[in-house]
Design a protein around this ligand. Structure first.
Ligand code: MLT
Length: 277
């Protein structure tokens, strides 16, 4: 008799030496490999509501990017291509040649860079609550100030102001459990790691042209209340991606996977199963 599917889910985080640093990751389930890349200023715990549902349809890999969670915090900046190469290195370590990449926000920037550098390793692309454009001058300045503030005043000083942007107003006002869950994940991160990631994001390149050249199937997700990557802006670059479709999650803010996990999981599951194994 086969064991129940959930019995195969391993919950223990593991560590691997990738690009010379320790990376903490989880590897759960079986089937088509799916790598989830987290947002800023969070870590792989932001995917906890995805683990069981998506772990039933594929082999789910999550990781703490360099500088976050249980991974090492080397000196920065953490360029998007460097973090993409950490993801590729982890896939090689796990014997995975091709995977579906799911990146949310900063995770999306990294997934875009990954596609540019390793297109043959991408089976499908899910870009959630993210942006194709690079930062403009004032956006870069804001980030560099936030990096300096994190180093000077600590993680909490930037987390509390960011939460106002990460979640929808309705969630901020009516779901203190969600607010405290996001805060609890974010404050585990070291200020040096947050600063290095901010400096890397400030220097990221514009991905609009390269997204228009993506050949694999892509799903773009955005919360209707996302204040960082708005639905209007998202639609403008998604429409230029040849093999893509857009899913707007009504009522969700920037962290759509945490605010509306059932809908997020359903649309991502449909996309992955539609890829045909
Ligand atoms: C994120 O959620 O990863 C950040 O909002 C990304 C950003 O600051 O651009």
């Amino acid at each position: 008799m086969c064991p129940p599917r959930s019995a195969s889910i391993k919950t223990r985080p593991m560590r691997a030496l990738i690009n010379g640093i320790d990376i903490e990751y989880r590897d759960e389930g079986h089937g088509i490999p799916v790598v989830l890349i987290h947002a800023f200023p969070l870590n792989q715990q932001m995917w906890d509501d995805q683990r069981l549902p998506l772990g039933r349809i594929g082999r789910l890999i999550t990781l703490d990017l360099r500088g976050f969670g249980g991974s090492a915090v080397p000196a920065g900046p953490y360029w998007m291509a460097l973090m993409a190469s950490d993801v590729r290195g982890l896939m090689s370590h796990l014997g995975i040649d091709r995977a579906v990449l799911v990146g949310l926000s900063m995770g999306g920037y990294i997934a875009m860079s990954f596609y540019r550098n390793f297109p043959d390793a991408v089976r499908g692309l899910v870009l959630a609550d993210t942006r194709a454009a690079a930062d403009n001058a004032s956006g870069q300045e804001r980030r560099l100030k936030s990096a300096a503030k994190a180093e000077r005043e600590g993680t909490e000083s930037i987390v509390d102001e960011m939460i106002q942007l990460l979640l929808s107003q309705a969630v901020i006002e009516t779901r203190p459990d969600v607010v405290s869950k996001v805060r609890k994940i974010a404050i585990q991160n070291r200020p040096e790691g947050l600063a290095a990631a901010q400096r890397g994001m400030a220097a990221r390149v514009d991905s609009s042209e390269s997204l228009a050249a993506v050949r694999c199937a892509a799903l773009v997700i955005v919360g209707s209340e996302d204040r960082i990557s708005t639905p209007e802006e998202t639609r403008s670059w998604q429409e230029r991606m040849p093999n893509s479709r857009l899913e707007v999650i009504l009522g969700a803010g920037h962290l759509s996977n945490i605010e509306q996990p059932e809908i997020f999981n359903a649309v991502v599951s449909d996309f992955i199963t539609g890829l045909g194994g």
